[in-house]
Design a protein around this ligand. Structure first.
Ligand code: CTP
Length: 415
C-alpha cells in the first residue's frame, strides 16, 4: 500500500492540508466555514480527491453540496468577493475565487430516459451522487463538514482500486448510460498507467455499438480532451485496441509509432494527431468524418487538407519545379503537409519536406503598391506580375529586390 493510501479516516484532514497549496487550502477552509455556518453540507469530490490520494497534480477543485447550491454560490461570491463565471440548469456553477476556479454541483441522482440520452437530474444525497459517477476512482468524496471533516466517503471502494491501479466502472449499464465513458476509460487508464478491470472491459465491449447514436459534439468534446493530454497517443492507441475508434468511425486508426512523433509538433501536437487520424481514412471520407464529429472550421480544414495531400500523391511524384510544388501546396495547412511527409515515400515525402523547410518561407520583397509606384496600371496585371515574380524567385531565376524591379520593368516594356 502506498504511503498516502494508508491514511486513516481522520487522517484525510491532514492529507488535504499537506497536499493543497496553502492559499487554496485557506480558500477551501473559508468556503467550508461559510457552508457550516449556513447548514450546507459540503464535500470535495471527483478528480481532485483521486489525484490527491495519488499524490499527483490536480486541476481545479470540484465541490458538491447536499441541498440547494444557487443561494450558497451567491452567498460565497458575496462573502469572498468571487465571480460567478457560469451557472447551469443542472444546478452546477463555476466560480472564480481569489484566482482559483471552483466548480460547485448539487448532489444529484440521474435517470436516463434512454441509453445514451443526457440524464434527467434530481437532487440526491452525496452517496447517490457518487454512485452515478463513471469509475470507482472518481467516485470518492472528502467531507468538509465540521461533524466529520476529512472523512473519506468511498461507497464504491475507489481507494482500493487506486491502490490496485484499476479502472472499474460502477455497474454494467454505465457505458450504455453514457457512452462517452468509453473514451474516458481509455483516457484514465493510459493517463494513470492503470489497467481496465476485466468485467469493465466486457461492459465496454458490449456497449461499443451505442457510440453510433451519440452526437458528434459529445464525441468531439472527448477527443479534444484526449488530444490535450500528455499521453494522447497511448490513449488513442488503447481506444483503437478496444474497438472504440472503429465504433466512432469505421477504420479510424492511430499509427502508434508515428503518433509518438507528434510531440515534435509542439503547440500543434493536437492537430498533428487529428491529421494522423484523418490520414487513416480514405480521402473520399473527408466530409462524412467531419460531419460525424461536427468539426469546426479549423479542425475541418486539417482533415480536408490531410486528405488533399493524399489526393496529390500522383502529381507530387512527377517531375516538378519548386514553383509547381509551391502552387500545389500553398493553400494547405502546414501541419497536414508535415504529417503527410511522414506518411509518404520519396520523392513525395521529400517534396512535402522541401515545401515546409524552404519553399513556404520564400517571399518576394515588392508588394502591389511598389508595382503601382513603378508604373504598373491598377488592375489584374498587378496580381499577375506579383505571381510571376514569386514563381521566378521560387525557381531561382531572381534573388534580390533589384532583380525583382528589373523583371517588373522588363515586363512593362514588353507589354
Ligand atoms: N463524471 C462521470 N461521467 C462522465 C463525466 C464525468 O461520472 N461522463 C464524473 C466523474 O466522477 C468525474 C467528475 O464527474 O470525476 C468530474 O468530471 P471531469 O471534470 O470530466 O473529470 P475529473 O474527475 O475532474 O478528472 P480530469 O479533469 O482529471 O479528467
Amino acid at each position: 500500500m502506498t504511503e498516502n493510501l494508508m491514511y486513516k479516516m481522520d487522517g484525510f484532514a491532514s492529507l488535504l492540508k499537506e497536499r493543497i497549496p496553502s492559499s487554496q487550502y485557506e480558500l477551501l477552509d473559508s468556503i467550508s466555514s461559510i457552508a457550516n455556518s449556513n447548514g450546507v453540507a459540503l464535500y470535495l469530490v471527483g478528480g481532485m480527491v483521486r489525484d490527491i490520494l495519488l499524490s499527483i497534480p490536480y486541476t481545479d477543485p470540484d465541490l458538491c453540496i447536499e441541498g440547494e447550491s444557487t443561494d450558497f454560490v451567491e452567498l460565497l461570491s458575496q462573502e469572498l468577493t468571487g465571480n460567478v463565471i457560469a451557472q447551469s440548469d443542472f444546478g452546477t456553477a463555476k466560480i472564480e475565487l481569489n484566482g482559483t476556479i471552483v466548480d460547485f454541483a448539487i448532489a444529484r441522482k440521474e435517470k436516463y430516459q434512454y441509453k445514451g440520452a443526457l440524464p434527467e437530474v434530481e437532487k440526491g444525497t452525496i452517496i447517490e451522487d457518487l454512485s452515478r459517477r463513471d469509475f470507482s476512482i472518481n467516485s470518492m468524496a472528502v467531507s468538509m463538514n465540521l461533524r466529520n471533516y476529512g472523512e473519506l466517503i468511498d461507497p464504491n471502494n475507489g481507494r482500493l482500486d487506486l491502490e490496485n491501479r484499476v479502472i472499474r466502472a460502477l455497474h454494467p449499464d454505465s457505458f450504455l448510460d453514457d457512452p462517452t465513458r468509453l473514451l474516458r476509460a481509455a483516457r484514465y487508464a493510459a493517463r494513470l498507467g492503470f489497467t481496465l478491470d476485466i468485467e469493465t472491459k466486457e461492459w465496454m465491449t458490449n456497449s461499443l455499438n451505442i457510440l453510433k447514436d451519440i452526437s458528434g459534439d459529445r464525441i468531439r468534446h472527448e477527443i479534444e480532451h484526449i488530444l490535450g493530454e500528455n499521453q494522447a497517443v497511448n490513449i488513442l492507441s488503447l481506444a483503437e485496441q478496444l474497438g472504440i475508434l472503429d465504433s466512432i468511425y469505421p477504420s479510424l486508426r492511430i499509427p502508434f509509432e508515428l503518433g509518438k512523433s507528434a510531440a515534435e509538433f509542439g503547440d500543434h501536437r493536437d492537430i498533428a494527431l487529428l491529421s494522423m487520424l484523418a490520414y487513416s481514412l480514405p480521402p473520399s471520407h473527408s466530409k462524412s468524418f467531419i460531419r460525424r464529429l461536427n468539426l469546426g472550421r479549423h479542425w475541418a480544414k486539417i482533415v480536408t487538407d490531410s486528405h488533399r495531400v493524399l489526393g496529390l500523391i500522383r502529381e507530387l511524384s512527377s517531375d516538378l519545379s519548386s514553383s509547381e510544388i509551391h502552387a500545389l501546396l500553398s493553400d494547405l495547412h502546414d501541419t497536414a503537409i508535415c504529417v503527410g511527409s511522414l506518411y509518404t515515400e520519396p520523392p513525395v515525402s521529400d517534396r512535402l519536406k522541401l515545401y515546409i523547410e524552404k519553399l513556404r518561407d520564400i517571399k518576394i520583397s515588392l508588394d502591389g503598391q511598389d508595382l503601382l509606384n513603378m508604373g504598373v496600371p491598377q488592375g489584374a496585371l498587378v496580381g499577375t506580375i506579383l505571381n510571376e515574380l514569386l514563381v521566378a524567385k521560387l525557381d531561382g531565376y531572381i534573388i534580390t529586390e533589384a532583380d525583382e524591379r528589373e523583371t517588373v520593368y522588363r515586363i512593362l516594356k514588353d507589354s
